[in-house]
Design a protein around this ligand. Structure first.
Ligand SMILES: Nc1ncnc2c1ncn2[C@@H]1O[C@H](COP(=O)(O)OP(=O)(O)O)[C@@H](O)[C@H]1O
Ligand SMILES: [Mg+2]
Length: 267
């Protein structure tokens, strides 16, 4: 099999690309799909940070610098993550970023598509060369937007860029949605962007909390509103039917709660 390569992009920074890449990737892997998530935000890499891979010596930086192979930069069997999820993090150092040649990304992606179901590429914001190349290597593009005009206006530039590069835009993920009545709703966002909104992801404190626990929210708080939305997004991608897993409906007990419980048992 040859993987379908999705690039997760946005115009504006901080809309939730890394969070979406990690949680969509984890959800696809939980569905048994062999999924690779790759951090192509080589300047502001933080995918590894969200799952405790930040100390990895070999990353995409070294591969793009020609000093390591892609196999060496691919991490699998990561504790607490599904077996079928592989992660290619980027490094945190400025030197690593300077030495990395983004033009090599095409070869890197060509080298990993065989044998996987999905490759998700976390890309940088903006319209620099570093963000154009991840669009070029994609089969499909997903835009992560927030319900505000600045985010949508910037997303429209990526849409135009995708069209110029002949990359089909699968649709938008509308992230950080609150119940604020002044916020743009899904239909308005879809109309303004001229594309489908694949899923709306609510603003959810569990996202940040899970980042602190270095675990994807879909695993750390499986019944939380954002988790359910990310899992729905995954079924939207695979075309399967979404089934809510009631056994995983409860929020996983946090470390502090576990600690308190163990203390009360000792009394
Ligand atoms: N649905 C959400 N609810 C709450 N916080 C979120 C949500 N999505 C993202 N965040 C937070 O927003 C910040 C930016 O998200 P991130 O995924 O790093 O964005 P990007 O990769 O686009 O820069 C992070 O602190 C993240 O925890
Ligand atoms: Mg990011």
């Amino acid at each position: 099999m040859t993987a379908c390569v999705y690039t997760i992009a946005s115009g504006k920074g901080g809309t939730g690309k890394t969070t979406t890449t990690l949680n969509l990737g984890t959800s696809l892997a939980m569905m048994g799909k062999k999924t690779i998530i790759l951090d192509a935000d080589i300047g502001m890499a933080n995918l590894g940070l969200l799952i405790g891979l930040e100390k990895s010596k070999i990353t995409l930086h070294e591969v793009l610098a020609g000093t390591a192979t892609i196999e060496e930069a691919t991490y699998s069997g990561i504790e607490g993550l599904p077996e079928s999820l592989e992660v290619i993090p980027s490094g945190l150092s400025l030197k690593g970023f300077q030495d990395a040649d983004i033009d090599k990304l095409k070869d890197v992606v060509a080298g990993i598509v065989e044998g996987a179901d999905y490759v998700l590429i976390d890309s940088p914001a903006g319209i620099t060369k570093d963000s154009v190349i991840p669009l070029l290597v994609a089969n499909r593009v997903i835009l992560v937007v927030n319900p505000d005009l600045a985010s949508l206006s910037d997303a429209l530039k990526i849409k135009a860029l995708g069209e110029m590069l002949d990359r089909p835009i699968e649709g938008a993920v509308l992230n950080r949605v609150t119940s604020d009545k002044t916020e743009l709703d899904k239909n308005k966002v879809s109309e303004l962007l001229g594309m489908k909104v694949l899923e709306t992801i609510p603003e959810d404190a569990n996202v940040r909390q899970s980042a602190a626990f270095k675990s994807p929210v879909v695993l750390n708080a499986p019944g939380s509103p954002s988790s359910i939305a990310f899992k729905k997004l995954a079924t939207r991608i695979t075309g399967e039917e979404f089934k809510e897993d009631t056994t995983k409906g409860k929020k996983k007990t946090g470390l502090i709660a576990k600690f308190k419980k163990s203390l009360s048992r000792k009394k």
